[in-house]
Design a protein around this ligand. Structure first.
Ligand code: 2AM
Length: 185
């Protein structure tokens, strides 16, 4: 099955993003907006994982996640891959505590479980909002959008998510593990 791990910001944060972008969506008619219920920040993408590997993967991921503390994060700014002028993926950026160490632990746990294929691209945390079939210049949209303000939250858990491909991709949350608060608070 096709699996990845993700952080999901709280509903209030997603509400704010939705409020910010909705009036401007018409500025990029070539974009296909993803459903708000599917919004997430990918930590590590595993691709196809054989069913027999999943139990061990869950054990390793639980252990990896528990070794890290909750993270203070914020959504800040909009951008696109590969760039705003040549965009196929439109996203909200993530700032705050670095996500790299947690992502690295999760990937290492997955490798040990035998879920070999992980994303080799440089890790750039983002929350995908829309995708385009062809590259397009999103400068008009990005320049018109307001600043995202006070969109911070404390990320306290990590989800394992299954991706069901189809006309419209569907995500199914399989497990969720809490990050471990520091004993010193
Ligand atoms: P994206 O949001 O930039 O598209 C499920 O597909 C999630 O895993 C998406 O958030 C996607 O990122 C991410 N992902 C990372 N690498 C991927 C890959 N090689 N193929 C598909 N999705 C990938």
């Amino acid at each position: 099955m096709r699996l990845f791990t993700a952080l999901v910001p709280p509903g209030e944060v997603l509400d704010e993003v939705e409020r910010a972008i909705t009036p401007f969506a018409g500025l990029a008619p070539g974009l296909r907006w993803s459903d708000r219920e599917s919004w997430h920040i990918t930590l590590a993408f595993f691709g196809e994982v054989p069913d027999h590997v999943v139990p061990e993967l869950e054990v390793r991921l639980a252990r990896a996640v528990a070794r890290h503390q909750p993270l203070d994060l914020a959504l800040s700014g909009f951008g696109a891959f590969s760039s705003v002028r040549r965009a196929r993926v439109f996203w909200a950026g993530v700032s705050g505590d670095p996500l790299g160490p947690l992502a690295d632990s999760v990937k290492a746990g997955a490798r040990r479980a035998g879920a070999g294929q992980t994303d080799l691209k440089r890790f750039h945390p983002h929350l995908t909002l829309a995708r385009g079939r062809a590259e397009q210049d999103l400068s008009p949209l990005v320049e018109a959008l307001p600043e995202l303000e006070n969109l911070g939250w404390r990320a306290e858990s990590v989800r394992l998510v299954r991706s069901h491909l189809g006309a419209r991709v569907r995500y199914e949350s399989l497990a969720e593990w809490a990050l471990t608060p520091s004993r010193r608070g």
